[in-house]
Ligand binder design. Sequence first.
Ligand SMILES: Nc1ncnc2c1ncn2[C@@H]1O[C@H](COP(=O)(O)OP(=O)(O)O)[C@@H](O)[C@H]1O
Ligand SMILES: [Mg+2]
Length: 350
Amino acid sequence: MVRRRVAAIFGGRSGEHEVSILSARSVMQALDTDRWDVVPFGITRSGAWLTPAQTRQALAAGQRAFVGGGASFLSSSEALAALATCEVAFPLVHGTYGEDGCLQGFLEMAAMPYTGAGVAASAIGMDKALMKALFREAGIRTPRYAVVRSWELTAGGVQAQEYIESTLGYPCFVKPANGGSSVGVTKVRSREDLPGAFNAAFAYDDKAVVEEAISGQEVECSVLGNEAPEVSIPGEIVPDREFYDYDSKYDPRSRTAHNIPANIPQETADQVRELALRMYTVMGCEGYARVDFFVRNVTEVIANEVNTIPGFTSISMYPKLWEATGVSYRDLLTRILELALERHQRRARP
Ligand SMILES: Nc1ncnc2c1ncn2[C@@H]1O[C@H](COP(=O)(O)OP(=O)(O)O)[C@@H](O)[C@H]1O
Ligand SMILES: [Mg+2]
């Protein structure tokens, strides 16, 4: 069997740098070595690319973050030359510059096949304001929301507050439009919490999304495919605290439970799976993505978000849901890489 060279790309400039390295470690360990020859590329916090040798060294030393180098990949010519020897890229950079279409655009320019969503779907998936507008347009139920820019708040904070109080009320959630891993997300219980919540969100983005709080279950599905995507059984997250924040996601002491399958009736599960495929299709996703929901009162399914580069450690929800649906982690990775090659071939036709 032909072994293809896979560029695993991880780390990067976002707040999810360390998580990305964990995802990449698991993926690289599990890749089927009969089929894939993995070449690792770490991106430092400032945006420089390490060579595969430097990356291997940093990983072997147990480094949890990559630092140093210039502020641009343009100064990383040795790493880029190594990238040019690869046949397919597996971007595992969560968040900004990795999951938002930037890295995907770079790979498009390089005419290199890559896993997961393309440029537009990545950009939409990363921007919660754009994503929600698209859901609304498609008649997909999502929490009521408002979009607030950082300069609108400084120009008229009271107005934003009044608007939020008259349309959404408390509790509500304030989040950076471009974010992930719950970084910068605050549950706002009263007017007093609002300025702090906006500060937290605007530390990451100039655009914030404010949403009505939905009290219910958090349910997720894994989707896989290009033209004919398939969907896993739904799983459920039961956070060990007020909401599914950064620590409940990643702190090893977190008691957050992952219930697979989700504790919902069959009809609700069917509805979740159908809606997951619709959200995936409406956004124009390809390859793979994790689709997240709220379920209120056991039966009401409300769209939360689509993650185009979801957490990918062996204990992450995305691969675990496939495992429970009958697809092993190793086979899943091979399928995701094949989908990248298939898409590239389809698009390369004259
Ligand atoms: N409208 C909402 N109602 C209830 N909980 C919410 C709402 N929005 C966010 N949350 C909580 O905050 C977490 C993170 O928000 P989310 O929008 O998924 O951002 P991220 O992209 O950072 O994961 C969710 O998993 C959920 O626990
Ligand atoms: Mg989320």
